[in-house]
Design a protein around this ligand. Structure first.
Ligand SMILES: [Fe+2]
Length: 435
């Protein structure tokens, strides 16, 4: 038994294994490259269960059922040593297994127990944060991050995770203060900068947000491609609020699309940015066709409804309606096969969200308005962050307007803009919808 850099006991006698685990955790929470190196370490030392567990984590984070199932072989190796493992490691096996299984609620529950008992376990908290993104469970995310931050006031990454949970719960002043505390510990804390990007976007603080993110951006290059693209997505979203389509599409071309074109994380940023460009009145038509070949297979997977929905929307915009119809039929079949909470999430919210988004892409605004309107009240449970889910609210009020339901459109726009500063984009929508 040896302690890792956070003082957590690991069942191993190998200093090399501990060093590999420390590097994995550091990469996971700092968002620097290096997590993938754990696979080689796990193969080198098959007797260290925690290395196997962390190798499986990479699969649990893949956002692909196919990939997630491939993590099971590492968990099987870890289970062979189960009798020797400590309680935290045994819990970790259960949590990662639930994540690979697509049972995000169960995974979050186990990670939450780990963080309650071992609040220095920042990796468990980071993995819980990821699954909370998939299940939209911001309330539980905040509980976990409160525990974490209480025991890790020295860690900019723990503070940034706490800040982001505050942001997702609408406590944006607290989120900003906590992000700034993280940045005082580490001015390059990428996740704290990301949290501020959410705050700027949600509050419509456009010029201030652009100035801050453009100041940070030259130092993003040493971080993982995923978070570089994602923070550029946030900066591009701010450009759109100024109706600056040129700079938004420059960000798309130079920083968001074309780096890891088969990765879900890149798909998400690229699709959502193009969707936002169109919602703001811009044109992107040929861009959908360049994404389509990379996402066709993904549209047939059901990981969480938000993800399936954005794939269906992108394929529809690329003109692949037959593919969309067959993927929608598969989604309906999958939804019907679900039980318990998942049955509600997929049937009552996910299907309306997906069908409504496809209807919007097809300019069938009556259908889009009705279906999206039926999903919006509880759309968080289908996954995604607040800023990502705004595509559905924006598509909804524009659908109402284009369907001729002017009063309802004005009310929906009014609700959406509440608490946000006026921007060139909000003024464009007001001019289109009235009110
Ligand atoms: Fe974000």
């Amino acid at each position: 038994m040896k302690p890792d850099s956070r003082g957590l006991a690991v069942t191993t006698d190998s200093d090399q294994a501990i060093a590999a685990l420390n590097r994995f955790t550091d990469a996971a929470v700092s968002l620097k490259p290096g997590m993938a190196e754990i696979t080689a370490a796990a193969r080198r030392e098959p007797e260290c269960a925690m290395l196997q567990i962390c190798a499986a984590v990479l699969h649990a984070l893949s956002q692909s059922n196919l990939e997630a199932r491939r993590g099971v072989r590492y968990l099987d190796l870890a289970r062979q040593r189960r009798a020797d493992l400590n309680e935290r490691e045994q819990n970790f096996i259960n949590a990662v297994a639930a994540g690979c299984d697509g049972d995000f609620d169960r995974a979050i529950g186990v990670y939450q127990r780990i963080v309650e008992r071992w609040p220095r376990d920042i990796l468990a908290a980071k993995l819980a944060e990821f699954h909370c993104f998939q299940s939209g469970d911001a309330g539980r995310q905040l509980q976990i991050m409160e525990n974490l931050a209480g025991a890790n006031g020295d860690s900019p990454h723990a503070l940034a995770m706490y800040a982001f949970a505050l942001e997702l719960n609408g406590r944006r002043e607290n989120a900003e203060q906590t992000s700034r505390a993280a940045l005082r510990l580490d001015p390059d804390s990428m996740w704290a900068q990301h949290c501020l990007a959410h705050v700027y976007g949600e509050q419509g603080r456009v010029s201030e947000g652009i100035a801050a993110l453009e100041d940070y951006a030259p130092r993003w290059k040493t971080f993982g491609q995923y978070i570089q693209s994602h923070n550029w997505f946030h900066l591009a979203s701010l450009y759109l609020m100024q109706l600056d389509f040129d700079r938004a599409l420059d960000a798309y071309r130079n920083h968001i699309w074309g780096f890891q074109s088969d990765e879900v994380v890149e798909h998400t940023d690229a699709i959502l940015l193009l969707w936002y460009v169109e919602l703001a009145g811009g044109k992107v038509q040929e861009r959908w066709s360049e994404i389509a070949p990379h996402i066709r297979a993904k549209a047939h997977e059901q990981v969480f409804p938000f993800l399936t929905t954005i794939y269906l929307y992108a394929l529809e915009r690329a003109g692949q309606s037959a593919e969309v119809d067959s993927a929608l039929a598969e989604m309906e079949e999958y939804a019907r096969s679900q039980t318990g909470r998942a049955a509600y999430v997929w049937n009552e919210i996910g299907l309306k969200q997906a069908r409504g988004s496809v209807a919007f892409a097809r300019a069938d605004f009556d259908q889009a308005a009705a279906l999206l309107g039926g999903a919006l009240g509880d759309i968080a449970c289908a996954g995604g962050s607040d800023e990502q889910r705004a595509v559905f609210a924006q598509s909804h009020f524009l659908s109402l307007s284009r369907a001729g339901l002017t009063q309802q459109a004005q009310q929906a726009l009014h609700d959406y803009l509440a608490g946000r500063s006026s921007t060139a984009l909000s003024r464009r929508w007001r001019a289109e919808i009235g009110g």
